[in-house]
Design a protein around this ligand. Structure first.
Ligand SMILES: [Cu+2]
Length: 184
C-alpha cells in the first residue's frame, strides 16, 4: 500500500511538472567574488515578444564595492573560466557605435542601449550592508532566446565597480536532461 502511494505521488509530480513546457535558459555564475544566476524565459503573448528575466546574486558590500554591473556578452566563457574570452557586450543592433557617447536610456532601450546591457536597462546590482543579495525580475523586449539576434550560446558577465570582470557563466538552455546539473 505504501509503495502504491509513493508511486502515485511520483506520477502526480511528473504530471504537475510537465517537462516539455520548460522554455528557458540560465547563466550560472560561480566565482570567488560573486555567485548567482540569470534565468531567461521567452515571452510569447499577442503583440509582445522578448524575455522574462529573473536574477539573484550574492554580492558582498565592501568599502569599494557598492554596486555591480552585469551584461550579456557576445561569446561564451573561455577555458579555465576565462571571462576575457567573452568579448564585448552583445550588441546586435549596433547601438554602441561610439563608446564615448553611449548613454543607455531605460525609457528607450531598443535605440539607446545595447541588447546585452542588462544593468544599464534594468538597474545595477546593489548590495545592502546587512543583506548582500541582489535579486529581481523584469521583462526585456529585446532579449531573444531564438532567432537571428538570439542570446543562445553567449554568456553573462558580472563586473565590480572598477569594471573588472569578476565572474561569468554561459547561457545554457534548460532541458530535462541538464536540469539536475544546473546548480550554484
Ligand atoms: Cu560586461
Amino acid at each position: 500500500m505504501k509503495l502504491f502511494t509513493v508511486l502515485s505521488s511520483l506520477a502526480l509530480l511528473a504530471t504537475t511538472y510537465a517537462f516539455p513546457s520548460i522554455d528557458g535558459s540560465v547563466a550560472i555564475i560561480k566565482s570567488d567574488a560573486v555567485q548567482g544566476f540569470v534565468w531567461f524565459t521567452s515571452v510569447k503573448k499577442c503583440g509582445s515578444s522578448g524575455s522574462s528575466v529573473r536574477y539573484a546574486f550574492h554580492v558582498p558590500a565592501t568599502a569599494n564595492q557598492t554596486e555591480y554591473t552585469y551584461h550579456i556578452h557576445e561569446f561564451p566563457v573561455g577555458e579555465n573560466n576565462n571571462c576575457t574570452a567573452t568579448g564585448g557586450h552583445y550588441d546586435p543592433l549596433k547601438v554602441n557605435v561610439q563608446k564615448d557617447t553611449y548613454k543607455c536610456d531605460p525609457a528607450q532601450p531598443t535605440t539607446t542601449c545595447e541588447v546585452g546591457d542588462l544593468s544599464g536597462k534594468h538597474g545595477k546590482l546593489v548590495p545592502k550592508s546587512d543583506k548582500p543579495i541582489a535579486a529581481g525580475e523584469y521583462t526585456d523586449a529585446d532579449v531573444h532566446l531564438t532567432g537571428d539576434n538570439s542570446i543562445a550560446g553567449r554568456s553573462v558577465v558580472v563586473h565590480n565597480a572598477a569594471g573588472d570582470r569578476i565572474g561569468c557563466g554561459n547561457i545554457v538552455q534548460v532541458t530535462p536532461q541538464n536540469l539536475g546539473e544546473l546548480k550554484l
